[in-house]
Design a protein around this ligand. Structure first.
Ligand code: BES
Ligand code: ZN
Ligand code: ZN
Length: 504
């Protein structure tokens, strides 16, 4: 999609569709809509007084060949109540506009940002919405209609003095949304087309393109490093594991400056292993690599946005298969950290590979750790498909992540990390066991397991099992992998850099 800033008055923009939005209030036709209404001879005001145009969230009003305007169509979306309106709503409106217009074969559009919000933040949100909404799951369709996408979009409503600010927001939004779409594409890939080796290749290609340092550890190197927990999961598959390491180094780093470590779970398919999963819905377990894909996407974005802190992504990747050499319930494994783990359930494999990923990130010098993982079905029970579960060892650092989530329109909710839960993962024969012996709290005991490996390094864990995938299409986005967490972590990395250390 080609993106530009448009400074002409809205009525004279020649395009296939001019999009704007109206608020839900007594008189929805106000502000920038007054001029458009006047140009159309009062068409909008008539629709409003008949009740057809009310401003209700996501309401669609489409006028064809509106007299007095240079556009072929005028699309007015409902924006809901003004006091509840922010960049999250704007992002969704832009996505909904793209999807509405795409279905009508429109290729070129302009999005008019309303009065008093012509700033970089709004431009960014609109561009993110446009690009995320344009993303489609068509890769493996042989009868895809050529060019069923919006190819050109302009941001309107800016005068020439605000053009620079709009362009800055546009560029930032483009980088962030393209990175999120990079992760969505990976998440949607079937496991026969995205093995750990394929994922490593794609991460390597992206890193070279982005100017990031990259190191891919193969099974031999993983063995040399004694990553017994990662290897224990990999041994059940004939596909070898990989450990992907991407490094962003800013132009100048002060000695002793904090280093942000991003660890992402990348199980390219989770059968459960010998503790095999039921076949119902098992095909979805191709998305068990979305935590890893999110971290790759964050690196892609920060390579371009250039925060002032060093950031290292560590993405352990393997299949979880029940092959002849697979680990069995009751096996004891020695993790890279030296801790022994009794594997009670081979389906609790994410925490095993993350244990070694975390240990490696610490060895590389990370002073702050964030992991993202489709870790537990229990987080879906706790929070449904709407909120990411957030666990953290230090309130200050956890709050920074939650603040970035709020700023970027991603729903996240804090969960308890409480030493009393530690009791439930005590093992009879090893240091720790990989599932709880108690009832309930499965997402929390999984987090407690990870915490064992973080030591005293400030750490935040994002359980994205309920939010990394959407089963249904939304007005603003296609179904499938969502790319959740990426916007939050990019925002955090940018602030982490400018603040110096996280105030943990
Ligand atoms: N990948 C799954 C978690 C998951 C569940 C992701 C649903 C997405 C949707 C994870 O590896 C797993 O199987 N966890 C088990 C842990 C249990 C054995 C303690 C679970 O949640 O059932
Ligand atoms: Zn599993
Ligand atoms: Zn899994």
């Amino acid at each position: 999609m080609e993106l530009t800033v448009e400074t002409r008055p809205p009525a004279s923009i020649e395009t296939e569709a001019l999009v704007t939005y109206a608020f839900e209030q007594d008189k929805p036709i106000e502000g920038a809509l007054v001029a458009l209404d006047a140009a159309t001879g009062g068409a909008l005001a008539k629709l409003a007084s008949s009740g057809e145009l009310s401003g209700k969230m996501l309401e669609v009003t489409l006028l064809h060949y509106p007299a007095g305007l240079s556009t072929q169509r005028l699309l007015v979306l409902g924006a809901g109540k003004k006091d509840k309106f922010g960049s999250a709503e704007l992002r969704r409106l832009a996505g909904s506009a793209v999807r509405t217009l795409k279905s009508k074969k429109v290729k070129r559009m302009a999005f008019l940002i309303r009065e008093n919000s012509q700033n970089a933040e709004a431009a960014q949100a609109v561009v993110e919405g446009l690009l995320l909404g344009n993303f489609e799951l068509e890769k493996y369709k042989t009868d895809k209609k050529p060019g069923g996408e919006i190819t050109e979009a302009a941001l309107a409503g800016f005068d020439s003095s605000a053009q620079g600010e709009a362009a800055r927001g546009l560029e930032r939004g483009r980088i962030i949304a393209e990175s999120q779409n990079f992760a969505r594409d990976l998440g949607n890939e079937p496991s026969n087309r995205l093995t750990p080796r394929n994922l490593a290749e794609r991460a390597g290609a992206m890193a070279r393109e982005s100017g990031l340092a990259v190191e891919i550890l193969d099974e031999k190197k993983i063995e040399e490093l004694k990553m017994g927990a990662l290897l224990s999961v990999a041994q059940g598959s004939s596909e070898p594991p990989r450990l992907i390491v991407l490094i962003y180094t800013p132009q100048s780093v002060k000695p002793g400056a904090p280093i942000l470590g991003l660890v992402g779970k990348a199980i390219t398919f989770d059968t459960g292993g010998i503790s095999i999963k039921p076949s119902q819905d098992m095909e979805k377990m191709k998305y068990d690599m979305c935590g890893g894909a999110a971290m790759l996407a964050v690196m892609r974005a920060i390579a371009r946005l250039k925060p002032s802190c060093k950031v290292i992504a560590v993405v352990p990747s393997t299949e979880n298969m029940p092959g002849g050499r697979a680990q069995k319930p009751g096996d004891v494994q020695i993790a890279m950290s030296g801790k022994s783990i009794e594997v009670i359930n081979t389906d609790a494999e994410g925490r095993l590979i993350l244990a070694d990923g975390i240990a490696y990130a610490k060895q590389l010098g990370c002073t702050h750790l964030i992991d993202a993982a489709t870790l537990t079905g229990a987080i879906v029970v706790a929070l449904g498909n709407l909120n990411v579960g957030v666990f953290g060892s230090e309130p200050g650092f956890t709050e920074q992540v939650l603040a970035s989530a709020r700023a970027t329109g991603e729903k996240m909710w804090p969960m308890p990390v409480d030493e009393d839960y530690r009791e439930m993962i005590k093992s009879g024969i090893a240091d720790i066991q990989n599932v709880s012996s108690g009832k309930g709290g499965g997402a929390i005991t999984a987090a407690m397991f990870l915490k064992e490996f973080t030591g005293d390094t400030p750490w935040v864990h994002l359980d994205i099992a309920g939010t990394a995938w959407q089963d249904d299409v939304k007005p603003w986005s296609a179904k499938g992998a969502t790319g959740v967490g990426i916007r939050t972590l990019i925002d955090l990395a940018m602030k982490f850099g400018s603040d110096g250390a996280a105030k943990a």
